[in-house]
Design a protein around this ligand. Structure first.
Ligand code: MG
Length: 343
């Protein structure tokens, strides 16, 4: 197998690809961020963390730098709410409150700012999570790109659930709550330099109600993750690494909408690497997988839920895809240079 070498930065600077959720992002975290903060560089990376002293509460934070600010099916405001709500949900938590920090570039039209903020407020209302604190900063022209939003969320764990990236076990069914690839291709379709005609819309939506629907399954819900930056490939590789298991997925079972597949062909992208903002991958104990699918399909956000693979006791940390023709290939962590600023 040929593995492309990481691009050399020459002068040790951050690359755009360091922000795209793939191997470069992981290098930035494990080589720079985590050591500086005194965190174990090889520990599990979860979507949200329990609060020290009270592990019934979990916390997460995300910066949103999507470009452009408005794209088919969504905008930076709705993304900033749903992305944070979903990271809480992936730890089995109900969102309690959000904070919002805005970094605004001098010159941004107030109409655009208002549109993004109205959208943010509406998304928070729909998720029934109040924004309880915030901050606004303005920087000079050219010192930021229009608008960046950082959202922090705090949530209360549903007592029945304790999903973690470390809890996937051999035999688990790997379920996906809906089609993949829509968010990333929708954003790329309106990038100035990549413009192509499509009616793909982002899948951004809150997922906490679907997680709540899984509470009857209790501890049989092993792992939940929203495959955002880096796509399903990154999410499965992270879980395979943190649970020390092998994940096997079946290409014929992967729900890739025809238009997404076409757009990915056009841009030379693998749909497994493309960001999603409204779907969830769930690792469920095998005897409870059918019940999990039934519970997910009962909600609009999970109506297309499907089984895409299983956990095996193969080599730990590996993700293997069985292709349409029955061959097997490794699904690598995407490098990350192709899809910057997707959320
Ligand atoms: Mg996440």
């Amino acid at each position: 197998m040929n593995v492309c070498p990481l691009p050399s930065t020459g002068d040790d600077r951050v690359l755009l690809g360091h922000g795209a959720g793939g191997r470069l992002s992981a290098d930035l975290l494990t080589g720079h961020v985590l050591p500086a903060l005194g965190s174990a560089a090889d520990g599990p990376l979860e979507d949200a963390a329990p609060l020290p002293g009270d592990d019934t509460l979990v916390m997460t934070t995300d910066a949103f730098v999507v470009s452009p600010l408005f794209f088919p099916g969504g905008d930076i405001g709705i993304l900033a709410v749903n992305g944070t709500v979903n990271d809480l949900a992936m730890r089995g938590a109900r969102p309690l409150a959000l904070t919002v920090a805005l970094v605004i570039e001098e010159g941004l039209g107030l109409a655009e700012l208002d549109a993004a903020l109205v959208s943010l407020g509406k998304a928070a209302g729909e998720a029934r999570v109040p924004v309880v604190a915030g901050d606004t900063k303005v920087v000079g022209r050219g010192h930021a790109d229009r608008l960046f939003i950082t959202t922090t969320g705090i949530g209360r764990r549903l007592p029945e659930l304790s999903p973690s990236a470390t809890r996937a076990r051999p035999g688990d069914a790997v379920l996906l709550s809906g089609p993949i690839g829509a968010h990333g291709t929708a954003v790329l379709s309106v990038r100035e330099d990549l413009g192509f005609a499509t009616d793909i819309t982002s899948d951004t939506r809150p997922l906490h109600r679907m997680v709540q629907a899984l509470t009857p399954l209790g501890s049989h819900v092993h792992t939940l993750r929203d495959p955002t930056r880096g796509g399903l490939a990154a999410a499965l590789n992270e879980i395979a690494r943190d649970s020390r298991v092998c994940v096997r997925i079946e290409e014929p079972a992967l729900p890739v909408p025809r238009q997404v597949a076409g757009a990915c062909d056009l841009m030379g992208l693998d749909p497994l690497h493309v960001a999603n903002e409204g779907c969830m991958v769930a690792f469920i104990a095998p005897d409870h997988a059918d019940e999990a699918l039934r519970l997910m399909r009962a909600l609009p956000e999970g109506q297309d839920a499907t089984r895409v693979g299983e956990v095996t006791d193969g080599p730990a940390g590996r993700v293997v895809l069985r292709t349409l023709v029955g061959a097997e290939r490794l699904v690598d962590m995407p490098l990350g240079e192709q899809l910057p600023r997707i959320c």
